[in-house]
Design a protein around this ligand. Structure first.
Ligand code: DOR
Ligand code: ZN
Length: 350
């Protein structure tokens, strides 16, 4: 069938600055889906038990490298899960020896496998001070967990009650606000000119809360932070297509098997690794901003992490709609792939 047109776009190979790869069967199944298009990714440490020490990160990195199929290349950038017992010296050594690229802060109870996260921020102050001293970034799940705060307000409340005080006490700490979902977060990041950046997921550029809740509940769109109103989605798109160096891609691709998602208390997470680049090209194209895709996926992230941009490239071609499997198979069960709800015309050709 002839293509509707033959527009092409070549960009530097992208990186994913927030990714869940899990372990075991799941790791083996999902890793190639990311490695196919992405050169590097910041790997989330919320395994059970979590990746806390430098040794844990080294062991996990080895398991990832072993799971990579022959012929694929991919560099996992490891993170350490911050607990109230984390040793500042272990963290510093992990960073200085190239074992970990960042530390991950989960407020206790905020999301999947976050029970070992932080309740009392004073207890982690020595770790944060050490990180500020050596320039190691802190990746932050920015939601308060208090049951008194409405789930749609938890990100905005986190900025005011946790992030601002941390940044005030420790202005030299380099922070990535991960998977931002609100206009409030976009405005806050834009307002800060030092040591603060944010990642944005593919799915938060595409869905709002109606997609989850209107016309029947859609568990495959449920993730944390939960998608907000349309006004917030639009703010995220504006930030992503702006070229502003403070915003870059972190897919938060977070696989759960369908049986784990489709139950009375289903898991949070959207699995978008297979079709993320097609989805993003569609979003940027629709906004007339294809020329900014490379900054978002391939340039701004490395700049923040003080890493060189990738030298290899990928090419995307526009044509007839491209289909992706609705699920991928894993030996733990099927995992549903993110459905953007519109046809995708951009395919990665090489
Ligand atoms: O939706 C989410 N899923 N949000 C997170 O913060 C964690 C993730 C997971 O690990 O499944
Ligand atoms: Zn995540």
């Amino acid at each position: 069938m002839p293509s509707t047109d033959d527009r092409t776009l070549t960009i530097r190979r992208p990186d994913d600055w927030h990714l869940h790869l899990r372990d075991g069967n799941m790791l083996r199944a999902v890793l190639p889906e990311t490695a196919r298009h992405f050169a590097r990714a910041i790997i989330m440490p919320n395994l059970v038990p979590p990746v806390v020490t430098a040794q844990d990160a080294l062991d996990y990195r080895n398991r990832i490298v072993e799971a990579l199929p022959e012929g694929m290349s991919f560099t996992p950038l490891m993170t350490l899960y911050l607990t109230e017992e984390t040793d500042p010296e272990d963290v510093a050594q992990a960073y200085e020896n190239g074992i970990a690229a960042a530390v991950k802060l989960y407020p206790a109870g905020a999301t999947t496998n976050s029970a070992s996260g932080v309740t009392d921020f004073n207890k982690v102050r020595p770790v944060l001070d050490k990180m500020a001293e050596i320039g190691m970034p802190l990746c932050v799940h920015g939601e308060v967990t208090s049951p008194a705060i409405d789930i749609f307000d938890r990100e905005a409340a986190f900025i005011d009650t946790v992030l601002k005080p941390i940044r005030k006490k420790n202005p030299d700490l380099r922070i990535v606000m991960e998977h931002i979902t609100t206009q409030d977060a976009v405005d806050y990041v834009r307002d800060q000119h030092r040591n603060l950046a944010a990642t944005i997921t593919t799915h938060h550029l595409i869905i709002n809360r109606n997609h989850i809740l209107a016309g029947g509940i859609k568990p495959h769109y449920y993730c944390l932070p939960v998608a907000k109103r349309e006004q917030h989605r639009i703010a995220l798109v504006q930030a992503a297509i702006s070229g502003d160096k403070r915003f870059f891609l972190g897919t938060d691709s977070a696989p759960h098997t369908d049986p784990a998602k489709l139950q009375p208390c289903g898991c949070a997470g959207v699995f978008s690794a297979p079709n993320t680049m097609s989805c993003l090209a569609e979003v940027f194209d629709a906004a007339g901003a294809l020329s900014k895709l490379e900054a978002f996926t391939s340039l701004n992230g490395p700049a923040f992490y003080n890493l060189p941009a990738n030298t290899e490239t990928i090419t995307l071609e526009h044509g007839d709609p491209v289909t992706y499997p609705s699920q991928i198979h894993t030996d733990d069960g099927p995992v549903t792939v993110f459905d953007p709800g519109f046809p995708l015309h951009w395919r990665v050709t090489d």
